[in-house]
Ligand binder design. Structure first.
Ligand code: ASP
Length: 386
């Protein structure tokens, strides 16, 4: 019970803080008075002008952007470049927000979502709630190339992948399975030791302290207290100005079976227009779907906004949806990433910091080296200065 009390306190504290930080902002243009936002905006505006080829991703792509850049520098296709990045994250069992090792749904089943858009041909493909296939981004590409459809979900998506030669496998790692069991123990009495158990008194602490689970204690506590969002979005423009993108995810952890977020939705989790640019997202998909974030950002860039300002405009629309409950904004995260045809780039986030205090970042490779940059936040997490 002690942990629940702490959680309630944690949420109540957040709610109080955010009400102050968002006061007065929701009707105004985004981010003008934040010193941090202004600095980051300046950096985004001056740091990323006209680099081609260019590849941008969520922060979890940082170790793989070299692979994507190698494709671009070798004259390869932009879609192959972004897939070279994200498939490595899908394959990584330690990334618990994407592909193999992704945190499962409430039934303990890993269901993955992904989409691709190929700018030069204006084509796209998507899969939702696919099980047992670790590279949904490649299934999305296959969907684009081999069918007259765009979006396939669930059992049909798995069958399509198997028919096309993809191997099935168990995507649930021990790490993710134990996190799921811990989440169940937190959320329902039935998955804790019973009233007649000698262990009953300690409940969750006992569960986490057994030697088998000790190694993951920190990780498990974290994912239970902060249900994971993650995902990787990756967008690229080559030397000629051709653009592609992909977004792939295991979605919101502990989701209802069959729930599909924004990641595979063309126009929300990703949008590419070869004449303009590309944009994608990570974070709470439900909020992005409501504003068609990817498409909104590309349209803003078409009208002349910089990638960063276009991302902030989309975030402002998300925030505006909470005008009646501004305190609730602090309960989720949302990030947008954007590039334009000239090789300018930027990223915006609802908040400047993760709940653990880490700065929200994104990854950029402009042909020289891959590096992490801070996103430009709509709200400074400390609040109060808007
Ligand atoms: N956007 C993803 C979704 O809502 C999750 C995430 O990025 O964390 O499914």
């Amino acid at each position: 019970m002690e942990k629940w009390t702490r959680r309630k306190f944690f949420l109540a504290t957040l709610a109080g803080g955010v009400a102050a930080s968002t006061k007065g902002l929701l009707g105004a243009a985004p981010g003008r008075k934040s010193t941090f936002a202004a600095d980051a905006l300046q950096q985004a505006r001056t740091g990323g002008q006209g680099a081609r080829p260019l590849i941008v991703s969520a922060a979890n792509g940082i170790h793989h952007l070299d692979a994507g850049m190698a494709v671009l520098k070798g004259g390869g296709d932009t879609l192959d470049a972004v897939l070279a990045v994200v498939t490595k994250v899908e394959d990584d069992p330690n990334d618990d927000s994407v592909g193999y090792g992704g945190l499962p749904n409430e039934d303990g089943v890993v269901q993955l979502d992904a989409c691709v858009m190929h700018g030069p041909t204006g084509r796209c493909g998507a899969v939702g709630a696919i099980e047992k296939i670790k590279n949904p981004s490649l299934v999305a590409k296959m969907m684009m190339e081999k069918t007259n459809h765009i979006f396939i979900v669930g059992a049909g998506a798995e069958k399509f992948a198997v028919d096309e030669g993809f191997q099935t496998m168990n995507l649930l790692t021990d790490r993710s399975r134990l996190a799921w069991l811990a989440w169940k123990a937190y959320t329902t009495e039935n998955w804790r030791p019973g009233l007649d158990s000698p262990e009953w008194k300690e409940k969750m602490a006992e569960l986490l302290d057994t030697s088998e689970r000790m190694a993951w204690r920190g990780h498990i506590e974290d994912v239970v207290m902060h249900p994971r969002t993650g995902t990787i979005n990756c967008v690229a423009v080559d030397a000629k100005g051709d653009i592609s993108g992909t977004t792939t995810t295991s979605g919101l952890s502990w989701k209802i079976s069959g729930r599909v977020g924004d990641s595979p939705i063309i126009g929300a989790g990703l949008f590419v227009d070869n004449e303009v640019g590309a944009a994608g997202s990570t974070g709470r998909g439900e909020e992005n779907i409501k504003i068609s974030g990817g498409h909104t950002i590309v349209e803003m860039m078409r009208q002349g906004k910089s990638p960063t300002d276009a991302c902030l405009e989309a975030l402002h629309r998300v925030a505006r949806n909470y005008k009646a409950f501004p305190d609730r904004l602090k309960l989720f995260h949302l990030q947008f990433y954007a590039i334009n045809k000239d090789g300018q780039y930027g990223a915006g986030s609802l908040w400047g910091m993760h709940p653990d205090g880490r700065r929200v970042q994104y990854a950029v490779h402009d042909g020289t080296q891959a590096r992490l940059l801070p996103t430009t936040p709509l709200f400074d997490r400390k609040g109060g200065d808007y």
